[in-house]
Design a binder for this molecule. Structure first.
Ligand SMILES: [Zn+2]
Length: 196
């Protein structure tokens, strides 16, 4: 066998510089039936990208890349906030607070129901972090177990506040007139509620 073989070409394969992986923050992707891309820095300091169902991975990467400065700034701020926050309550702590709420709140709701003449259709305890209480359209009351960390005067305020919503569903002057009838010092109690 003879012949001239074509020269062997040796390629040096250089992959494109992986500039993204170390420049770009890792992010979580949440696809939904939305139309636009959006960025969010979560409370636990993750980068969350909300994207339409069919948006390409490349477009999402480009979007994140284009917002690097914003992400870095907001992430630093969120990490600073997280470091200043007291540690998240454990499952055991939440369950103890819920138990305490279930022991304390029914008696308080009953007492203030008698005083105000406003009776709820139900009573529920949750681990909500955004609000201490709520009153449904059907007049069922909901209380966060984290209310148990507050002084008694503040707990009573939230109970009476939610009971008053049975009669007035907004926070207008009529609502505060009603609340003030039962708790003339409700402004001071509100301050107690906001204290850490
Ligand atoms: Zn309210």
């Amino acid at each position: 066998m003879s012949g001239i073989f074509p020269p062997v070409r040796i390629f040096l394969v250089i992959s494109p510089p992986p500039c993204y992986p170390w420049l770009m923050e890792k992010y979580d992707l949440l696809r939904s039936r939305r139309k636009t891309l959006a960025l969010e820095i979560t409370r636990d300091c993750r980068v969350l990208v909300r994207a339409p169902m069919k948006c390409s991975a490349r477009r999402i990467d480009e979007f994140v890349e284009a917002h690097q400065a914003w992400i870095a700034e907001k992430l630093a701020l969120q990490r600073q906030r997280a470091a200043q926050r007291p540690p998240e309550p454990t499952a055991e702590e939440i369950s103890a607070l819920k138990q305490k709420a279930r022991e304390i709140l029914p008696g308080k709701v009953e007492y203030w129901s008698r005083v105000t003449g406003l009776t709820p259709t139900g009573l529920k305890v949750t681990a909500a972090r955004t609000r201490y209480g709520s009153c449904s359209g059907k007049n069922s009351l909901c209380f966060s177990c984290f209310l148990m960390d507050k002084p008694e005067a503040a707990i009573d305020l939230v109970v009476v506040h939610e009971l008053c919503h049975i009669q007035v569903k907004n926070h207008g002057p009529g609502f505060y007139a009603l609340l003030g009838r039962y708790l003339p010092d409700h402004r001071e109690r509100e301050k107690l509620l906001k204290q850490r």
